[in-house]
Design a binder for this molecule. Structure first.
Ligand code: NAD
Length: 477
């Protein structure tokens, strides 16, 4: 049985209720988390405020950095333990779960080093004045985290907030709490004062909502679906609480006829297969110049047919989806595709030994998906890639921009001038030229435009979002 983690202590929810934890690889219940309520959130927010006033504000930036570095090293030591927890809780194949734990350590390493490099400015002004700016923490930051990359998103969001001097209340997704509860214990072991990192588990519409509405929360970092993002904004707007929104995507991979296909093919495949397609920045739309449409689809179709899906511990190309309802959601999209007569170019296979109760979905490549079809517009959040040809550069840009989202884009071409034109004209938070994702890039600011959200996490840029700027003007004559 898992408990909440408030002020460095494991504590049960006052609700007396729990939520079952299911292993996506076999559908079996293996643990329980607390189904917390608004009173638990209140206790966590109080603990975070007490920590801010009693200890955390008194840490120098360098001391904060040293402590965060100790946590990074501890996570590094415990990589395999965290990997095993995540593998079971989220159904992540071994390599993916390990990569997430290593990324978490890297986020804390990066933000540890950033603590004492964040500073304000001096501004030339009228004679007799000196003007300076201070970057101050918001205070207590709330972090609402989705289930697809709990450790990575905790790392970038909480890591940035702590580096900027905030204390944190974290609400993980109900399907993915276990690794973060363990990380909070590790933080205590390395010396984090009580109340700096607090974790409260439960349902979004209960504790997530209570967190978003709590008057003691000074900033909200929300990563999740656009629909819930709207609810968070509405709740925050009532008390003018600043929000960072990291929402969904329907990101294009744009492939021109002059592209290096040997480099592009594995990257296109990985961008939709990684984490079974449950990635906000998944490359879910494949836009291909007409001249190479057929040969590229033939090649990718053959690659899709080789993909294997199975239990996380088998460490195949894909693990299961997170839960039954997600599996049903993806199946619903595919039923629509069949009803519309969309053609499958290639399909992977769920291995025969995969347990009956697991939430498996074979990866699929679909062709000629009309731009207005929901498969070309909505986030499937599963391993489904939709292909469409384009005639020229102008059409490529128009198609790349033809969704409500704008998170990430990939462009494959050897033409240098075209690389820049596409990078400028595609509306998204990140554009990758002749690569996709740049290996994760803890250092690289990340976030969206349009329905993919606003504000940036990752990199040094995130620290601006986790601080507020104060201008101090001194008239000294
Ligand atoms: P979700 O929006 O259902 O849930 C996200 C979090 O919000 C969970 O912790 C959930 O419990 C909580 N929540 C749900 N309802 C709430 C409410 N009414 N009030 C407050 N909190 C509430 O999303 P999900 O299904 O967990 O994750 C998948 C989504 O997250 C996808 O849309 C994906 O693209 C997005 N995502 C975005 C990024 C990014 O950086 N842009 C990264 C990862 C995931």
């Amino acid at each position: 049985m898992q408990l909440n983690y408030i002020a460095n202590r494991a504590c049960p929810s006052g609700s007396g209720q729990t939520i079952a934890v299911v292993d996506p690889s076999d559908g079996q219940i293996f643990d329980h988390i607390q189904r917390s309520n608004a009173q638990d959130i209140d206790a966590a927010v109080r603990a975070a405020h007490a920590a801010l006033d009693s200890t955390w504000r008194k840490f120098s930036a360098a001391e904060r950095g040293r402590l965060m570095m100790r946590l990074s090293l501890k996570i590094g030591e415990r990589t395999e333990e965290l990997r095993e927890i995540e593998q079971r809780d989220c159904g992540k194949p071994v390599r993916q779960a390990r990569a997430d734990a290593l990324a978490l350590a890297r986020y804390f390493e990066f933000y540890a080093g950033a603590c004492d490099k964040l500073h304000g400015d001096t501004i030339p002004y009228l004679d007799g004045y000196s003007v300076l700016t201070w970057r101050e923490p918001h205070g207590v930051t709330g972090h609402i985290i989705p289930w697809n990359y709990p450790m990575q998103i905790f790392g970038r969001s909480v890591g940035g907030a702590l580096a900027a001097g905030n204390t944190c209340v974290v609400k993980p997704a109900e399907d993915a709490c276990l690794s973060l509860l363990r990380v909070a214990e590790l933080a205590t072991e390395v010396g984090f004062p009580p109340g700096v990192i607090n974790i409260v588990t439960g349902y979004g519409h209960e504790v997530g909502d209570a967190l978003a509405r709590h008057p003691g929360i000074d900033h909200i970092s929300f990563t999740g679906s656009p629909g819930v993002g709207t609810l968070i904004q509405q709740a925050a707007a009532l008390r003018h609480c600043p929000v960072t929104l990291e929402l969904g995507g329907k990101s294009p991979q744009v492939v021109f006829a002059d592209a290096d296909l040997d480099a592009a093919v594995p990257a296109i495949l990985n961008a939709i297969v990684q984490n079974a397609g449950q990635t906000c920045s998944a490359g879910a739309r494949l836009l291909v110049e007409q001249a190479i449409y057929e040969p590229l689809l033939a090649r990718l179709g053959a690659e899709f047919a080789k993909l294997r899906v199975g239990p996380a511990a088998m460490d195949l190309d894909l693990g299961p989806l997170i839960r039954r309802s997600q599996q049903q959601r993806v199946a619903g999209f595919l039923a629509d595709a069949r009803a519309a007569g969309l053609m499958v170019v290639g399909e992977g296979k769920v291995v025969d030994t995969a347990p009956e109760g697991g939430f498996y979905q074979a990866p699929l490549l679909l062709r000629d998906v009309p731009v207005g079809h929901r498969l070309a517009q909505e986030e499937v959040f599963g391993p489904v890639l939709c292909a469409l040809p384009f005639a020229d550069e102008a059409q490529a840009v128009a198609l790349a921009n033809a969704t409500d989202f704008g998170l990430v884009a990939g462009v494959w071409t050897r033409d240098g001038a075209r690389q820049f034109r596409l990078a400028k004209r595609i509306r998204s938070g990140q554009v990758f030229i002749n690569n996709y994702g740049a290996g994760g890039g803890v250092e690289l600011p990340f976030g969206g435009v349009k329905s993919s959200g606003y504000g940036r996490e990752k990199g040094f840029e995130a620290l601006h979002g986790f601080t507020t700027l104060k201008t101090v003007a001194i008239r000294h004559g």
